[in-house]
Design a protein around this ligand. Structure first.
Ligand code: 5GP
Ligand code: MN
Length: 338
């Protein structure tokens, strides 16, 4: 965080403030970890803080300290709108475009309060007066750690805050394996463990709480996988009937897309998941090397993200989405077979 931003933020937080912290829609471990880590820190500093998530998040994140205090905009609409209207500062974490928060977008656009962005995605939009945006960072949770340290609050990080931030770094780095995991990331993780983060327990909470139906859904997904060696691509489809048959719950498909990349010589992995209620196919993209799924998702699927991990959506049917996608592969064949 640059010194001008640190000074501006210190001035803002000089006296107790009413603060709302907002993660992106369908929040993942990094978004919820960053929101809760920051929330618990700001509360400790005497601020009146609340986390408002656009919608609900998976069970495997609900062990996190402070989770019972998270307000869900979709469910507690009136109360959430009031808190946003009266907030003196709004932190947006792990996203950089108000299009990433669904129906909350209109509400935030109406407020004239001070926005602080903390985020590690490419191409930030221009809505925040304090922008801490760094696409070289492993995770927003790593950035929250740097921000707290820059504010002089390192010693305020207790086990609860450390647990939240550790969880977000863990999930967004694919257990410390993605390219954005630097030596500095590991130093932050070490500092969080020194502050009490329960690393072994957190791994267990996140990765070892499967249900039989989720594992069967994974089996179905792997069965559906289509491998296209000529494009170094593997993709999975899951339609609504398949989800229903396996008692799908939010978060159940987390990580499924990564299996494609575990195949030797596969450099692009995609999962298409039908959401009949929203009338969309939600898509996750993962790549290895220099094929930018951020650009691909932005150009063709109304999405975005990072170079090697991005998401988007389609309003076509599953079948038409897949046909459209396969035609795009032909168009990008030379980049994919490099
Ligand atoms: P996931 O595939 O795990 O949902 O998301 C991978 C990355 O892409 C995350 O950084 C996420 O924030 C981003 N992402 C996912 N869906 C969308 C989307 O619809 N639009 C944009 N701009 N980014 C997305
Ligand atoms: Mn993130």
């Amino acid at each position: 965080m640059n010194s001008a931003n640190v000074r501006a933020l210190k001035a803002l937080l000089n006296t107790p403030q009413k603060i709302a912290i907002i993660p992106h829609k369908n929040p993942d471990g990094d978004a919820i970890g960053a929101a809760l880590g920051l929330h618990l820190y700001l509360k400790k500093e005497g601020h009146n803080s609340v986390v408002i998530s656009p919608n609900d998040y998976p069970e495997f994140l609900k062990w996190m300290p402070g989770t019972s205090e998270v307000m869900i905009f979709e469910k507690q609409n009136t109360q959430a709108k009031e808190l946003i209207a009266t907030a003196e500062i709004i932190f947006t974490v792990d996203f950089n475009d108000l299009g990433r928060i669904g129906q909350m977008k209109e509400v935030l656009e109406e407020t004239e309060t001070t926005f602080v962005m903390v985020d590690h995605h490419h191409s930030p939009a221009d809505y925040a007066s304090i922008m801490y945006s760094d696409s070289g960072m492993s995770s927003t949770c790593e950035m929250i750690y740097h921000m707290i340290k820059a504010l002089g609050g390192e010693n305020e990080i207790n086990q609860e805050i450390a647990d939240c931030l550790y969880a977000g770094i863990l999930t967004d780095t694919g257990s410390f394996k993605y390219a954005a995991t630097t030596s500095e990331t590991h130093r932050v993780v070490a500092a969080l463990i020194d502050r009490g983060a329960r690393s072994a327990e957190i791994h267990k909470e996140i990765f070892d709480t499967n249900t039989p139906s989720r594992l069967h859904l994974l089996g179905c997904a792997l069965n559906n996988m289509v491998i296209l060696p000529e494009y170094s691509t593997a993709y999975i489809t899951l339609n609504q009937d398949e989800l229903d048959k396996h008692q799908f719950k939010k978060g159940d498909t987390e990580g499924f897309v990564n299996y494609g990349l575990t195949l030797a010589d596969i450099r692009l992995a995609v999962i298409f998941i039908e959401n009949r209620e929203e009338g969309i196919i939600k898509i996750s993209f993962r790549s290895e090397g220099d094929f930018s799924v951020n650009e691909f998702a932005r150009a063709y699927f109304d999405g975005g993200g990072h170079t090697n991990a991005a998401g988007g959506k389609s309003t076509r049917s599953m079948q038409d989405t897949v046909i459209y996608f396969r035609n795009l592969l032909e168009k990008h064949k030379s980049e994919l077979s490099r």
